[in-house]
Write a protein that binds this ligand. Sequence first.
Ligand code: ADP
Length: 619
Amino acid sequence: MAVQKPGWQYVALLAGSLLAGLLLGWSNAAAQVNAWSYDFFLRLRPHPPVSSAVLLAIDEDSLEAYGGLLRIREPLARALDVLAPLQPATVAIDIVLSELGAEAENAALERALSRISNVVLAAHLRTNSAEKASGAWQEPLPQFRGPGITLGHVHAEPDSDGVCRRILLAKAGGGKRLWAMALEAYRLAHGGEPIVETEDGLELGPIFIPSAAREQRALRIAYRDSSSPIERLSLKQVLENPEAAAAVRGRAVFVGVVVPGGPDQFLMTPYSGGRAMSGVEINASAYETLAQGPLLRTVPESLALALAVAFAAALGLCFAVFSGRRALWTAAALLLAVHLTPGVFFAAGRILDFAPLAPVAWMCFFSGGAYHYLAVRGRLQTAEAQRNRYQRAVHYVTHEMRTPLTTIQGSSELMSRHTLTDEKRQQIAGLIHSESVRLARLVDMFLSMEKLSAGELGLKCEAVPPDAILAVCVERALPLAERKQIAIRHQPSNAGPIWGDREFLEYACYNLVTNAIKYSPARTAITVRAWHDQESIALSVEDRGYGMDASEIKDIFRKFYRAPRAEQSAENGSGLGLAIVEEIVVQHGGSIKVESRVNEGSRFTLLLPRAADRAMTTA
Ligand code: ADP
């Protein structure tokens, strides 16, 4: 059952909630929630048991054994000599070999590098302005950059919470642009085809790497679970036990310092749990991401927005279509769906952020729910008020019926029990007649109400002179008016006939006249008249009574409505009269106009079809 027709206020409320949710989705807090949810999903992602990369770690033991970082080139050269015959797919050295160093050590490293194919050396983009004086990029010494040596940048891109979730596959500075070390290593390990850029990603021969230009070619790193990290060999281990190096055969080797406080920056990752990860491991993880696939892709913003709008609409509809608990449960199920959606997308390799989807859904849930609650409450109150009014009206009518019934009963008893004079008999018969007419009118009113509700007011239309209708009503109402010493003026007109049902029109006018009497103080005047009003015949009843304010005028045609003043007055009423009058006029194809001012008086005007027009259309 529809609880409420979604009016424009409801739609505006939902649109406002949608907008507020979208704005919330751009806040820092929302960005953090997005990051955390991403970390959560990432941790659930399974990893292949064996890593594609191997870490050749320059750890504390190695530094201690070979005289620290400054003396590392010679042992590194020896280690590369151990690796060379094992033909690793690629060797990426995440140490910027830019310092001069000792001649003999440099020569040894240069020789070792030349024996290995597919080497990537690290270059670092200077950020410090003092450093920048010597060039934007800090690069290896020229002697290490022989043929077949590629440079790759080694910058990680930590988010605002310090956690590194992505790297940029390209970085530019000083007019030079370098691909990331991980990408170069991947390219060399997979055929060495040149990189072709497209708007949505990079092509390496047949391989496509999704990384949109509009997202700065960012690559989300799919870190390996900390319980099965990238396989690691230490430099010392390789030199002391060359057999251990067998693991590098055909795999990508990432060489770097893994000692915190060393030259390499350590960063937090979604898996860190308080322990930062070395830069070389992050670069190796980026390689691993490319090698293991499938790559995670962020869904386009337009899709995220469309989903947010769709969920907002669904929630809005749910509160408009269902009611009570059903609405609440359906909306709760929708909310749950909203929170599961990013997970479903993640499982398909697509990243759909929680924000703005979730804030939009929550905003719409609360605003839709509140509106629904208020609307239902409002309806209940209206229904309650209507029921009360109806009860009062029934009470009034039954009470009103009792009086004529008692009179009829008493009079008939009198007639049957006693012998009466002709005059008395006549008088009593007259009383019975007038009381039964009153009773019939009350019954009529209720029957009209019933017919009105069923929409079956059958009209017997004919040409009726408006002044005739007014004259009948005035005559009938005179006794009432005299009781309050109210004068009724009828200004005859030369208005043409109305096309309508005489009886119903008299009923409507009589209602207006009796209302004018009821709601006017004693010794005032009422004017009734008819005239030509453009395409219609107008009938008006004007009084100098209590009048009504604008809000009361709005309600007077509602069934059982009585203005507070009418309620407090001594005048009886059911609040049904004007509802019937309006229905009669509408069924005639006419309209009703009310002008009223508090304490100045009211004028009710009925605009009804002309018989002349009717005759023309039927001719
Ligand atoms: P009733 O007269 O039985 O209360 P109606 O449907 O005829 O019911 O009128 C509805 C209400 O409109 C009245 O209770 C009264 O408050 C207001 N009303 C109607 N006619 C007039 C009038 N001429 N002047 C002031 N108030 C009026």
